[in-house]
Design a protein around this ligand. Sequence first.
Ligand code: SF4
Length: 747
Amino acid sequence: MVYDATMLEAFYPAYKGKVEHVRAILKRPLTLAEKILYAHLYDVADVKDYQRGEDYVNFRPDRVAMQDATAQMALLQFMNAGKDQVAVPSTVHCDHLIQAYKGAKEDIATARLTNEEVYDFLRDVSSRYGIGFWKPGAGIIHQVVLENYAFPGGMMVGTDSHTPNAGGLGMVAIGVGGADAVDVMTGMEWELKMPKIIGVRLTGKLNGWASPKDVILKLAGILTVKGGTNAIIEYFGPGTESLSATGKATICNMGAEVGATTSLFPFDERMATYLKATGRERVVELAETVGADLRADDEVAEEPTKYYDRVIEIDLSELEPYINGPFTPDAATPISKFAEKVLLNGYPRKMEVGLIGSCTNSSYQDLSRAASLAKQVAEKNLSVAAPLIVNPGSEQIRATAERDGMIEAFEQIGATIMANACGPCIGQWKRETDDPTRKNSIVTSFNRNFAKRADGNPNTYAFVASPELTMALTIAGDLCFNPLKDRLVNHEGEKVKLSEPVGDELPLNGFAQGNEGYVAPHGGETEIRVKPDSQRLQLLAPFPAWDGQDLLNMPLLIKAQGKCTTDHISMAGPWLRFRGHLENISDNMLMGAVNAFNGETNKVWNRSTNTYGTVSGTAKMYKSEGVPSIVVAEENYGEGSSREHAAMEPRFLNVRVILAKSFARIHETNLKKQGMLALTFVDKADYDKIREHDLLSVLGLVDFAPGRNLTVVLHHEDGTKESFEVQHTYNEQQIAWFRAGSALNAR
Ligand code: SF4
């Protein structure tokens, strides 16, 4: 336990005073999200009734967390900020760079060797600037934050899109790009558009096979991957108290899958129990002094439609287990309809690998319920049809699961226990397969299932479910198996049914600590080394400022068709090793995006050679000729992760504009921070006017102003021209970033 409650001794009394001040000025009941947001205004004198979804507001978050793949770029930027120390408590977590292959021990040893230079850099920069450092194997960022740092009523940012996991302990925790994290670490204002608030009222109580994961899987189907954009999902109602704190964290974690800014639950007994179990009794005592302000005002619950922008009701007692996928986390299907869907769509029916754990579903409750199913294999004389992989979320949970016999239960059915790290969840899975061209299905208890995300194979159909359902399907080896009603045939030829999963919310004997994974900073004189010829790390040079001219005659680099997530823009997996080297990682730019003109990936027309080339190779050639280029895309461009490489790579390769039908929130901000133009069609049908050999101009930049549209001119190859209006969401400050070349340049 590394938590230091000193800062909270002052936080909670101040929080109470701030909320009272806000209520006195706004003169109306407040939602929980509003209380926490307003209590974190950068300047308390700025209290006014901000328009949700419209007004940009400056905040002062309490802390920052960074994972190793994004921390590299965040810290490279922080080093250029001229500060001696971080302004708020911050941590780095080594979780993304460990490849899952043979099992925890060997994989960590391999990771230490292959990533030595990066780990040393992260450790030394952390030590130098006062940042806590969690070593490889210590755990996944969100699980470690939940176990050690999250606190009710707090606000944090994290350079990872699943940072909202901490909402399970009542914290406003928001995923951001590295440049945003730098704002907070330097003590500057951190800007966010005041989010809308979606209220989700929970009633009833989960039972049987249903789990907290199913709440968010169902909600993803209701809201879709865009439905939470620029909104906080605030859970309320009597059902919230029936969910464990870790179950709440799972639900908040996957709010990222509907694009929500964050998700959160009100402070309650279940949170207090978890905080005490993880050694934070003092946090509970302090939080209880302001308990009434760690939930929405009573009037909000009485008339939710008056105070929330949208209200959704879910009755936990009626909730069925869900399976979502393939290829998108919002394709939600209740288990009772899933077999029909598999057969109708011709999904590969054989379930080839089951994967449980990750930051999403690694709680004691998750693992103990899954283990209760694993134990039934021997008890009922069954066999297990598919391999099982387990990624514990932290060393604390792994050590506890080992002490309490769960790891043994998994190993007895042949599971491979991987490192306490992301592994297969981020493409760091060295999967051995007989034929990568064969369509195959996997089920995971992770959160995301975009094409190629787990194993890099486009033929893998990934489905997301609870750990319990993942385990049942692994035992059956059949996607059409419904454990609520179907039976399995055991070695005696008998038909047997799996009993409902059971498990404990928290370990009866407390958590085991496992191996120490935390390194406290030393500060001061720690030397930071970046070799000039390093292939993993590269110091950053500032991007050039805008030259004051309109952008004229830009070649179309790619017109992307369909889904274009950050995985399509800047693939993870093997490319993770270049996350600290902008030039090298730029070679993967948009390689997963589908070219609308030929339906292929990473094959675009190069006007300089009049042949087809890779997206990055073509952009590089234009850049070498001093020619800026433009990318055109469809809906929710940049959906998925917070990785700012997806914005920095195009910037580095002289792409100046992304013109899309719509953007995902974090990515749109990342583009702005890096000095790019993120524009959207006023009329989405204009997307169809853009031809493969067009040159595009963006006019009106001299008068670039908030709320004022710009004009795009298409210069067709046949000499004709067309023009249309495009819109943007830049405010004055963001326009200053564009003019300066980036937000960092504008400091
Ligand atoms: Fe790691 Fe996956 Fe969680 Fe991201 S979602 S932090 S990759 S385990």
